[in-house]
Ligand binder design. Sequence first.
Ligand SMILES: *Cc1c(COP(=O)(O)O)cnc(C)c1O
Length: 369
Amino acid sequence: MKLFTPGPVEVDPKILKEISKPVMAHRSQEFREVLSDVVEKLIRILGLENGHLAVLSGSGTTAVDAMVWSLMSPGDRVLALVHGEFGRRAISSAEVRGAEVEAMEAPLGKSVEPELVRRRIEIGKYTHLLLVHNETSTGVAYRDLKIVAESAKDRGMLVLVDSVSGLGGEELRMSEWHLDAVASCSHKALASPPGVSFVALSGEAAGELRDGLPPILDLRRYLDFYTRRRETPFTPAVNNLCALRKSLEHIMSMGIDAYIELHRRKASLLYEELPKLGFLPLPDEPVRSNTVTVFRTPGLNAKEVVSLLIKKGFRIASGMKDKAEHLIRIGTMGNTSLEDLRDLIGSLNEVVGELSGQRTYKEDLESGR
Ligand SMILES: *Cc1c(COP(=O)(O)O)cnc(C)c1O
């Protein structure tokens, strides 16, 4: 089975081998070297200067929750930009924390206008801007991140970014773009097994970390431990960190710009070929993600497309929630080649043929589905 899911992703066998090595003690010099190496490499990939990085064990959600909870207090006033399901999840985390959240939601497949954000920020007295860099449910990459972050910083707000499916596949320059916190993880574009997540913090954000959190989400503890001992406060996913280190080595030997470009080329192939099979890209062209491509499936049930592809050895994803029958999502992240993608497209073509008896393409288009 080849994974073309929007995470987790195919992992290179050389990287997987790290998982089966003997487990290191997490209070050993050997482990400190692994952790420091991972932290230094991530900091370079993030473009972070004079900042800090907390390495957690858990999924992308762990990192997003730790970021939101460690940098918000009850009563904080948050402006959130929403391009789909993960934007709503970040809001829900902030609301459970007790923040007052106002959302600006873009129409499906479009992005929030930065000028509207600027105007809203000028009148709104917000403390935080919260947004998803690359929205995995709709395939919208928010490429105006830098512009809205500047507007927010002009008003003294903290800028919190979920880049779980962006980092490594979409350009992100944390310090240059004035981002205060970025949450991401091992098993999306960083092409490693699930298990490690992390939150990067600007110097300003590190000084704003809140107290009184459950230990596992308390980023202050992670930074203290790392500063003093090059360790984590609790037992980390040691072997997964070894795998992530190996994957980061590969990414850096290639160069981060070339690595992003590879994702862009893989995505372009899908945006070019799939319309020929009747699958229509959901996002407007300027905001089409490099890492998660999302297509409408007029006339076909997306869930059936997904099941038939599994029989052919490829796993993609259908839409989330109410979009499950109407969208397919294909990830370009992980250890897959352009050749693999061509095989996938060939199989998708067969699937379309197998389902074509049921196809009411034109009617669906006319009814605007
Ligand atoms: C995958 C993803 C998450 C959640 O990650 P998990 O590892 O499933 O917890 C959050 N945000 C975005 C944008 C994602 O793509």
